[in-house]
Design a protein around this ligand. Structure first.
Ligand code: ADP
Ligand code: MG
Length: 553
């Protein structure tokens, strides 16, 4: 059924305005541990004042992750982000009387897989409940969720950020995961202030969500941001959620309070409307500072829901109904308990394996998780931990790096520099994905091979890379030939260039002769300048050393 209350043409322009488009910031993966040097001016003073009272921030996240599934949690209608309004709505999604939920096995598997990846205990039997509230985008008047017994409990998420004495060490932190529950998404209300009306789009109504509830184990915005980024990478590796925050596939609510260590936790405020990881960090840090200010002034923090305004960088009060609402939780009568089984032998008689969710099978299908992948990269290739973060952080970059390695003799520790700086730098500059790179892994490997075998100098190699990027398709060999960039190793030619440089720099030559060998590098630079970086450095050094040696005086 396509229950259309408004036409797509009427609604789409409004929708696009409503949805803030912002690409997730992936460059700042390894964040710094909250450091006071980041706070300036009055904030710094306030922080110092709070430190004298030893107030610290406490952060607990509730995250809604849209399950990556073709169809909804309890109906067969499709899931799609930018489909025309109300085009993906079944009778059940619109809550027509007499319709019944049919649980989507894919959604259950996704939740189980996510739970296993986060070291949760999977409940063999979990239950569905109705949570009642009245809102226009919830046609049934209740949401089917898991309250009494969720599918997964007691897990943890390990994430990393920069810290240590010098602030450049990768420090690991862990946040406990209280539970993961399966639930339905609501529809969307689109408020048209001009005409004073609200329009409802039910495309999202009934889409499967995993709600992940984290314990209040974090203490600042950067920790929360690093944890969410790690979760995003894990979900993407699993394929259980696409994790695009700007499309609402991953929605984070931040619970924030302040207290003195050792004392009970303070009253929390919940910050909503956060649609990027960068904003998450800012919203939390603003909220911690705000609450510290309230306590400093002798006030009390209210238990309220606040919204983050990304324009002002502040959190502002929303309706504060949350604490007062009675959701009238009750068991969902139309769904039996949700059962999962340890292995094939524990399936009840008559239940077909293909219709059941079997833990052992899900466990076997778990892919390599980002943390494991990073450790493997560091161990296998001897690269720096920071570089392993850069590689894993960018979709497709590990594959690219390993493909280059297969085709060149160049050491991984040198190849990583090319991939992390040259390639990634060019991609970022043009806001491109790894898969869109005009320079393929084998093309880069060929270039590096030419450098490794002494056909071109390292500065020319960079120049050739830029040409390859622009020409899209030309090989390193072609460019070197066309632009005559090959290494000059003609001894006679180099001798005459070196002689010219030596003759015109008597002071430098004298310095070298009295023992300052570093000055030789300056002369080498001058020779390279003459040859546009093409001179064979080993030959040039030998020739210059000979021409400046004491014996000749
Ligand atoms: P409720 O039952 O009211 O929903 P929960 O115990 O489920 O409360 O916690 C909801 C979220 O709030 C969790 O993510 C949790 O980590 C966080 N939280 C709870 N208390 C605090 C607090 N004092 N400060 C910060 N976060 C908190
Ligand atoms: Mg809760």
């Amino acid at each position: 059924m396509a229950a259309s209350c408004v036409t797509a043409g009427e609604l789409l322009p409004k929708m696009s305005k409503l949805i803030l488009m912002s690409r997730p910031n992936v460059s700042s993966l390894i964040r710094r541990i909250c450091s006071s040097s980041k706070l300036r001016g009055s904030k710094q003073q306030q922080k110092e004042k709070c430190e004298s009272q030893q107030l610290v921030g406490v952060v607990g996240l509730e995250i809604h992750a849209q399950i990556n599934s073709n169809t909804k949690l309890f109906s067969g209608s499709s899931v799609g982000f930018s489909a025309p309004p109300n085009s993906l709505v079944s009778f059940f999604d619109a809550s027509l009387p007499g319709t019944l939920p049919v649980l989507n096995r894919r959604c259950v598997e996704a939740a189980v897989m996510t739970g296993l990846a986060l070291s949760c205990t999977i409940n063999k039997k979990s239950l569905f409940d109705r949570k009642h509230y009245f809102y226009a985008d919830l046609p049934a008047g209740y949401q089917i969720t898991q309250q009494r017994r969720p599918i997964a409990v007691d897990g943890s998420l390990t994430y990393s950020l920069l810290g240590g004495k010098k602030g450049n060490q990768v420090v690991r932190r862990t946040v406990s995961i209280k539970q993961i529950q399966l639930e339905q998404d609501s529809g969307k209300s689109l408020h048209d202030d001009v005409n004073g009306q609200s329009l409802i789009d039910l495309n999202r109504a009934g889409v499967g969500l995993m709600e992940l509830v984290m314990e209040p184990d974090m203490s600042c915005g950067d920790e929360a941001a690093a944890a969410v980024r790690e979760l995003q990478l894990i979900l993407q590796a699993l394929g259980t959620c696409q994790g695009n925050m700007s499309e609402g596939q991953l929605r984070v609510d931040a619970n924030v309070s302040v207290h003195q260590p050792g004392e009970p936790l303070g009253v929390r405020a919940e910050v909503k409307n956060i649609n990027s990881i960068r904003f998450l960090a800012r919203a939390i840090d603003f909220e911690i500072q705000r609450q510290m200010g309230v306590v400093q002034r002798g006030g009390t923090v209210q238990n309220e829901t606040r919204a983050y305004d990304s324009n002002s960088g502040e959190t502002v009060p929303m309706r504060d109904k949350e604490g007062l609402q009675d959701y009238r939780f009750m068991p969902e009568p139309n769904l039996p308990p949700l059962m999962v089984y340890e292995d094939r032998t524990s399936l009840p008689a008559g239940l077909d394996e293909r219709q059941a969710v079997v833990l052992q099978q899900v466990r076997r299908s778990l892919p390599e998780l980002p943390g494991v992948k990073r450790d493997r990269l560091v161990q296998t290739y001897g690269i720096l931990p920071e570089h392993s973060f850069t590689l894993v952080n960018e979709d497709g970059l590990v594959g690219y790096f390993e493909a280059v390695l297969r085709e060149t003799r160049k050491e991984p520790r040198k190849v990583i520099g090319w991939v992390a700086n040259e390639l990634l730098g060019h991609l970022k500059l043009q806001d491109m994905r790894v898969s869109q790179s005009p320079v393929s892994p084998s093309a880069l490997a060929e270039l590096l091979e030419l450098q490794e075998t002494g056909h071109i100098s390292s500065s020319v190699a960079k120049q050739v890379f830029q040409e390859m990027w622009k020409s899209s398709g030309k090989t390193a060999r072609q460019i070197i030939l066309e632009k005559d960039l090959g290494l000059v190793s003609d001894a006679a030619q180099l001798h005459s260039i070196c002689q010219k440089v030596v003759d015109s720099h008597p002071e430098e030559v004298h310095a070298i002769r009295v023992g300052n060998q570093k000055v030789l590098n300056k002369l080498m630079g001058l020779v390279q300048k003459e040859t546009k970086g093409r001179a064979d450095p080993i030959l040039v050094r030998a020739i210059l050393a000979e021409k400046t040696s004491k014996k000749r005086t």
